[in-house]
Design a protein around this ligand. Structure first.
Ligand code: MN3
Length: 265
């Protein structure tokens, strides 16, 4: 068992941060860019009375900047499905890189807003924020979508919703695996909640942000960049996608769906 100490000082600060204080500390720029909700891993409803508590590891924002949340399990806890070395590199290096990139972009965009940077750089830093901010958001979701001893099938209202929107769980899984396996180059397979139609949808992301379906709230995300699986699975992405189903935390997916659906009501 590899003992993990992935927590940076800033990550530790997030432990007692609730949704309300996260919103309070939120900068205007981030809100205007629409990143805050998904970066915090929450729906809008949790800012209201009666909103559900969001686990600290699902919060990716604290004190005016994006942060790397600690994992809710040890790096090797998902073995044999996802190996500890991959998890360690993925979380501590790759995800941290997106956190740093998103903070850099946010800072430069604020400087442009304040007239301290050339307006011509708005395009560049907006694109940087789209890439790194989306990378950060999706990794926060990805980590919390998994748990040791996960897998199986969803139950209750989420099971009913999946059956209503896809036919049954097998049909959903067939589509989700097909979408995940066929992402060109680096990207994500995603299950999301589409608020206009009140439906669940399966879609892809290339890189982190291309092919985005705007308005859709991601509920379940599998990282299919090679850094997520290559050490163990090499080019056998479909084996990794199958293994992912053995560690999915369907309670987390259900929580995200409830938050997303309630916030649109
Ligand atoms: Mn990744």
């Amino acid at each position: 068992m590899i003992h993990q100490e992935p927590n940076s000082g800033t990550a530790r600060q997030s432990v007692n941060l609730d949704r309300r204080s996260a919103l309070k500390t939120l900068g205007v720029s981030a809100a205007a860019l629409g990143l805050a909700q998904v970066a915090a891993g929450q729906g809008r409803s949790s800012a209201r009375e009666g909103g559900g508590a969001v686990p600290a590891h699902a919060i990716g924002w604290s004190d005016g900047e994006f942060i790397l949340p600690e994992l809710p399990y040890a790096y090797d806890a998902l073995e044999p499905y996802i190996d500890g070395q991959t998890m360690r590199l993925h979380h501590s290096l790759h995800h941290q890189g997106y956190v740093d990139g998103a903070n850099r972009a946010l800072g430069r965009l604020r400087a442009i807003a304040a007239g301290e940077e050339p307006a011509a750089m708005a395009k560049h830093w907006s694109r940087e924020l789209a890439f790194h901010g989306s990378g950060h958001s999706l990794h926060v979701i990805f980590w919390t979508n998994m748990k040791p001893g996960g897998g199986g099938e969803p139950t209750g209202a989420l099971a009913d919703k999946i059956a209503a929107d896809f036919g049954d769980f097998r049909a959903f899984r067939r589509l989700f695996e097909a979408a995940s396996n066929s992402v060109e180059a680096s990207g994500w397979g995603l299950l999301g909640y589409e608020p206009l139609s009140d439906q669940l949808v399966v879609f892809q992301a290339e890189k982190h942000h291309d092919l985005t379906v705007h308005g859709v709230v991601p509920l379940l995300a599998i990282d299919v960049w090679e850094h997520a699986y290559y050490l163990k699975y090499q080019n056998r992405r479909s084996e990794y996608v199958e293994a992912f189903f053995e560690v999915i935390d369907w309670d987390d997916v259900a929580r995200r769906w409830r938050e997303a659906a309630r916030s649109e009501a």
